[in-house]
Ligand binder design. Structure first.
Ligand SMILES: *[C@@H]1O[C@H](CO)[C@@H](O)[C@H](O)[C@H]1NC(C)=O
Ligand SMILES: *[C@@H]1O[C@H](CO)[C@@H](O)[C@H](O)[C@H]1NC(C)=O
Ligand SMILES: *[C@@H]1O[C@H](CO)[C@@H](O)[C@H](O)[C@H]1NC(C)=O
Length: 247
């Protein structure tokens, strides 16, 4: 039986019985909804215990999420300063986005963080970890995939932010390589990020669109191709049907 909202409004008596019926099935409906929701992949997953350990433990490293990335990166930046605070962000993944090949890079980065944590804060970058398996939408906002290193020169909000990117070799990168990279203040092995998806300076970010676009791109990666074909075919058929009567 199909009941539309307008029929319910037009038939108050019937509506009462429908409501009773609805309440009867509410629990069941809730169960179905929960089940359905469990099929939707989580776009903002974080292991809170691991993140807390990373931050307060010997690594002194932040774990970036869709909710905290801006606040985290701006946090050490003093208001009004013209001296950039440097962040190093490792963009990594597990089996889904790095095909299980990021272990060595992860270990090298973590070990580098432990080394940096023993040095005076002014001499080393702030360290952050971004896992694209857990944070697919944030990786789309950044428009970057594993295994990459981003050196970000954070200035107070409203300023252009320079980001230097470098792809890391997943089979050869060692802690020493990362320490050498940091020692090279010229950043000769890095490339300045300038594309339109730049998360601070880019056109999409400046127009407040990067989150929406990131979700759309993510949608196309998780929805199977046949679903999109089906939707397109439905859409084009219903458009044709609408045009028919006038012809
Ligand atoms: C990742 O892939 C490896 C090898 O295919 C497998 O042994 C491991 O269980 C996978 N890990 C996860 C978390 O799925
Ligand atoms: C590196 O640190 C992150 C953040 O704490 C953690 O999730 C990851 O398992 C670590 N990887 C290795 C190889 O130590
Ligand atoms: C990583 O380094 C190895 C050894 O130098 C090289 O053979 C390989 O092609 C490199 N991989 C990438 C993706 O550059």
């Amino acid at each position: 039986m199909r009941v539309s909202v307008s029929t319910l409004l037009a038939l108050p008596l019937f509506a009462v019985s429908a409501q009773a019926q609805f309440e009867q099935y509410q629990d069941q409906l809730q169960t179905y909804l929960n089940k359905f929701a469990s099929y939707i992949p989580n776009t903002n997953r974080v292991d809170a215990a691991d993140a807390a350990e990373a931050k307060t433990g010997e690594k002194k490293m932040s774990v970036l999420t869709l909710d905290n990335w801006q606040q985290t990166l701006y946090e050490p930046v003093a208001p009004g300063t013209t001296q950039p605070e440097e962040w190093w962000v490792l963009i990594t993944g597990r089996n889904k986005t790095c095909f299980g090949r990021c272990d060595q890079v992860n270990a090298a980065f973590n070990e580098t963080a432990i080394k940096f944590a023993t040095l005076p804060e002014s001499e080393v970058p702030h360290m952050a970890y971004l896992n694209c398996d857990d944070q697919p939408v944030l990786c789309n906002i950044f428009s970057v995939g594993p295994a990459s290193l981003w050196a970000m020169d954070m200035l107070p909000p409203g300023n252009e932010i320079n980001i230097w990117g470098k792809r890391l070799n997943t089979t050869t990168t060692t802690t020493q390589d990362l320490l050498d990279l940091y020692a090279d203040k010229e950043k000769s092995e890095f490339k300045l990020v300038t594309h339109v998806f730049h998360p601070f300076n880019g056109w999409f970010a400046q127009n407040g669109l990067s989150v929406a676009v990131a979700y759309v791109l993510w949608f196309f990666t998780v929805v199977p191709n046949w679903t999109i074909m089906l939707l397109v075919s439905f859409a084009s058929r219903s458009m044709m049907n609408r045009r028919m009567p006038g012809q």
